[in-house]
Design a protein around this ligand. Structure first.
Ligand code: COA
Length: 462
């Protein structure tokens, strides 16, 4: 019997591998159609240019453009400007975090800024993408602040959205050097971070990417609040705006570059960009992985709804059955037919990410103040992301709202998980009569129960 179970389990793991590939292809199609004709703005740190796969990164951007996604590139140039100024022996002073661009330094700053933009254009041209470096930014000087003259350092006054949109409509990729001009044509050195936020707003960008040369949001680098969605390698997969605020608060004394980008991402999301991503640009394929899969490789900051738990609808049946099928075949879940699911539809909830169902669960009323939590299943590709726990918490809350005194589960393989979440082993006798008669003695499921009168919340899983 054990051997049979082992074989079933092996079949289940092979099936998972196949499904992972199919799921990925489906996700690519989903996101491709979702972003078709939409604008994605990329702020790319200068050091990424010197990474061995910079050419491949540009190839990926060219491919995205060719598939119908509008691409805008704002390269960072700080490090290259520093090198050029050093090379020409020109002193570069910073005042309150802003480079002071003097009469003497501005020609060299322009040269360096355009040189960086040109390197992006060259790499895109090599990949048959049409790119254009333009004067899309109207600037004004910072002027004199507290008696200090910032000379050629400026701020963004306006993005010329109309010509920019025309260029995008023609399939070209605009590149923004960190230079802007006032109405009379006087050049100013601008912060590329400021440009990127202004461009996102002016073009109503769907997404903003910070392609950085830093490690990203890992547990060992930052103080993190409890309950974040973490990947198995301890990366913060995504943050709501409130969670991002919390991370910033907890790390005020940390000067890590990623926190700077997190601040900018929050600003962008609060000004209307739906989602911002911080990704380590040194990872090969980082951008396409982050765009085309729910899991990504960086951290997503989202302002609009990204994931939700909601009641199951009849449209969800194929996806829910697909989640359950391998688990039923492996004997982990009790068999359920489509008809049975339809008849108990109101008991079911699903966990949806960007329109795709990734987990499910049910709460069945058995009378005597008790309800069964059943059919909890998560997509194995998305294991360890707390989806199972969130579904369980949702069902426990639902049971509390509906004045149940206890919830119970019957399980063969998930004992530790329920115990870790506060469920206690109980005897068959404690089940309500209606469930007792249905209990399958051959299956030998273990019974666990949670007393709802005595819990405030489920224990945190991390
Ligand atoms: C059990 C299940 C729902 C957990 O889903 P999940 O989204 O991966 O879980 P969470 O992210 O909330 O929790 C992950 C933790 O649970 C642990 N866990 C997962 N499955 C487990 C199991 N079968 N037994 C014990 N612990 C388990 C993980 O090791 C992980 O621990 P960590 O946080 O210390 O790394 C999922 O593995 C599943 O669908 N299993 C098959 C169906 C099933 O058994 N359903 C329950 C019967 S109704």
């Amino acid at each position: 019997m054990d051997k049979l179970n082992d074989l079933k389990y092996e079949g289940y793991t092979n099936e998972i591998k196949h499904r992972e590939q199919v799921d990925l292809i489906r996700e690519v199609f989903y996101y491709q159609s979702r972003f078709d004709g939409k604008t994605i703005v990329f702020k790319i740190d200068y050091p990424i240019i010197n990474e061995p796969h910079f050419g491949q990164l540009m190839k990926d951007l060219a491919m995205l453009r060719a598939t119908g996604i509008e691409i805008v590139i704002v390269p960072g140039a700080t490090e290259w400007i520093n090198e050029v100024l050093k090379e020409y022996d020109i002193e570069s002073e910073y005042k309150n975090g802003t480079r002071v661009s003097t009469e003497e330094s501005i020609p060299f700053i322009r040269m360096a800024a355009f040189d960086v933009a040109d390197r992006f254009m060259t790499a895109l041209t090599a990949n048959k993408a049409n790119a254009v470096i333009g004067n899309f930014v109207r600037a004004r000087g910072m002027g004199v602040i507290n008696g200090f003259d910032y000379q050629h350092s400026g701020v963004v006054d306006k993005i010329h959205a109309e010509p920019l949109q025309q260029i995008l409509d023609q399939g070209m990729i605009p590149i923004f050097p960190c230079i802007g001009w006032n109405a009379a044509g006087k050049p100013y050195n601008l912060s590329s971070d400021e440009i990127v936020l202004a461009v996102c707003q002016a073009l109503k960008a769907e997404k903003l990417f910070f392609v950085t040369n830093s490690d990203g949001f890992f547990k060992n680098i930052f103080q993190l609040p409890e309950g974040l969605v973490m990947t198995s390698d301890d990366r913060v997969a995504r943050l709501s705006l409130e969670e991002a605020d919390e991370v910033l608060k907890m790390n005020v004394d940390n000067e890590d570059n990623d926190l700077h980008y997190l601040k900018l991402a929050l600003k962008a999301c609060r000004s209307g960009t739906e989602r911002a991503h911080v990704v380590d640009g040194r990872i090969e394929g980082a951008i396409i992985k982050e765009i085309f899969s729910n899991l990504g490789v960086g951290t997503l900051i989202y302002g609009s709804e990204y994931e939700s738990i909601r009641s199951m609808k009849s449209d969800d049946l194929p996806e829910v059955l697909r989640l359950m099928q391998p688990l039923m075949e492996a004997g982990i879940l009790v068999n359920r037919t489509e008809e049975e699911l339809t008849n108990t539809m109101n008991d079911y909830v699903v966990y949806e990410i960007d329109g795709v169902v990734h987990a499910c669960g049910a709460l069945h009323d058995y009378g005597e103040g008790q309800a069964e939590i059943a059919a909890i299943a998560t997509n194995p590709t998305y294991a360890h992301l707390s989806m199972g726990k969130k579904i369980l918490t949702y069902l426990v809350e639902k049971a509390k709202k509906n004045s149940f005194e206890k919830v119970f589960v019957l399980t063969t393989k998930t004992v530790d998980w329920f115990e870790q979440l506060g469920f206690k082993s109980v005897k068959l006798d404690s089940l309500p009569e209606k469930k007792k008669v249905l209990y399958n003695h051959e299956r030998k499921s273990m019974i666990f129960s949670l007393d709802l009168k005595n819990i405030a919340a489920l224990p945190k899983s991390r």
